[in-house]
Design a protein around this ligand. Structure first.
Ligand code: URA
Length: 426
């Protein structure tokens, strides 16, 4: 018989938790035997004192065992998935899942909703009229077989310990801990049953990880967890100091993704989609396929249309638009030296694209369109941003979020390269 207080004290005093203690505390917490206040104290002790590799692996495995583990081994093709640690304008899953399906892998992806200034893939897809995020395991398999890719919400049976713990961390200031983030993400991805996994670890103002060093530590921790669990896992560190692409907001990002699937779209979105697709195919052991070609020959678009339709969505439907717009103009001529990801993400959130509490609705049409990106030459008075909202009352706070979030100068400033580094198992 174990005791929660003993486990909390051990970590409070910077001790190492035993496998038995970790297994017990995760199981007892899931069953409600360890109280929320006890788990909050333990999460804070972990945030402050860390966990070693063995403890993180045990913690992850215990969270996987708290629920079901999906199994796609009966399928006739390899499975591959991607997980992004979250950013501003990060719509990559939307073109990526169909492009990888078009190149011959199955993509079973369980995604989340946005919270705070970062958007969620499910919110974006839900802006397509009729599209359904909740599927049974049988429906998920059916969509995977017919479309090659499925993007849906994780059911309540998958890593329930993480669901409970993540909600608790969200309100107790204990999200920003590498052991807790790594185990949270990887418990869900391993339980999802994918054979290959590519992690897109974002770096910069709009991401959890503000520096390449902390992002690398998170990436290495997650790659080790995946590899040890038998999932072929690699990670890319990618830039999130500026938004990705030219749109931030649910329906706006779907529109941009469809442009990419039609062979166009912004250069950074195309480059990252193609690179992540190549990594997924390599990790899945599929060679001789060119994702860049699938974007221009229509095969990725065909997979997208099948995927959307198989989940009840109408790929030809008009997407929701916000009722009101406001243009922000370039203040002076020169080079756009900065357009900060966090400032734009916060503005989009305040315009209604995101939610403050997880039960809040989102506005599908709200968000920000970017008319220039850092490094572009701009002229005074030309449009820099268009803000989209359902009510004009939202503009003032969105403009306040953008204050100091962009700058025009005479010479280009250094920005992070789009793809900063690649992390593989050591
Ligand atoms: N995403 C997750 O799923 N878990 C975390 O802890 C952070 C981001």
């Amino acid at each position: 018989m174990m005791d929660a207080i003993e486990v909390i004290r051990a970590k409070r005093d910077a001790g190492e938790l035993t496998t038995g203690q970790i297994d017990w505390v995760i199981d007892a917490y899931t069953r409600g035997e360890v109280a929320d206040e006890q788990m909050s104290a333990l999460a804070m002790a972990i945030l402050l004192n860390g966990m070693n590799r063995r403890e993180i692996a045990d913690w992850t495995q215990a969270m996987i065992r708290s629920g079901e583990r999906m199994d796609w081994s009966g399928l006739d093709r390899a499975t591959a998935d991607k997980h992004s640690t979250g950013g501003v304008g990060d719509k990559i899953t939307l073109p990526l899942a169909p492009v990888v399906a078009a190149c011959g892998a199955y993509v079973p992806q369980l995604s989340g909703r946005g919270l705070g200034h970062t958007g969620g893939t499910l919110d974006k897809l839900e802006s397509i009229p009729g599209w359904r995020a909740s599927l049974s395991n049988g429906e998920m398999l059916g969509v995977l077989r017919s479309a090659g890719a499925v993007v849906c919400a994780a059911g309540s049976g998958l890593a329930p310990a993480d669901k409970k713990l993540y909600a608790l961390r969200d309100v107790t200031g204990t999200v920003e801990s590498i052991p807790l983030i790594a185990s949270s993400i990887m418990s869900k991805k391993i339980a999802e049953g994918t054979g290959a996994l590519v992690l897109d670890v974002k770096v910069g103002s709009g991401a959890f990880m503000k520096t390449p060093e902390t992002a690398r530590e998170l990436a290495e921790t997650m790659v080790a967890l995946g590899t040890d669990a038998g999932v072929r896992t690699v990670a890319l560190l990618t830039a999130m100091d500026r938004p990705l692409g030219r749109t931030v907001g649910n329906a706006l990002e779907v529109e941009e993704s469809v442009e990419v699937l039609a062979g166009g779209g912004p250069e950074d979105v195309v480059e990252l989609t193609v690179r992540l697709a190549q990594e997924m195919l390599e990790a899945a052991g599929i060679s001789g396929k060119d994702p860049a070609k699938a974007l221009v020959d229509g095969s990725a678009m065909d997979a997208w249309r099948r995927m959307v339709a198989a989940q009840g969505g109408d790929p030809d439907a008009l997407l929701p638009r916000a009722a009101e717009t406001l243009t922000v103009e370039v203040p002076e001529s020169g080079v756009l030296t900065r357009l900060d990801a966090y400032a734009v993400g916060l503005a989009a959130w305040r315009l209604g694209a995101g939610r403050a509490r997880k039960e809040d609705p989102v506005s599908f049409g709200a968000g920000v369109t970017l008319h220039a990106k850092p490094g572009d030459l701009v002229r005074a008075g030309q449009p820099l941003l268009t803000l989209h909202a359902d009510e004009t009352a939202r503009f003032e706070r969105a403009l306040a979020a953008l204050e100091g979030g962009y700058a025009v100068g005479t010479v280009s400033e250094d920005q992070l390269p789009l793809i900063i580094d690649r992390v593989t198992a050591t």
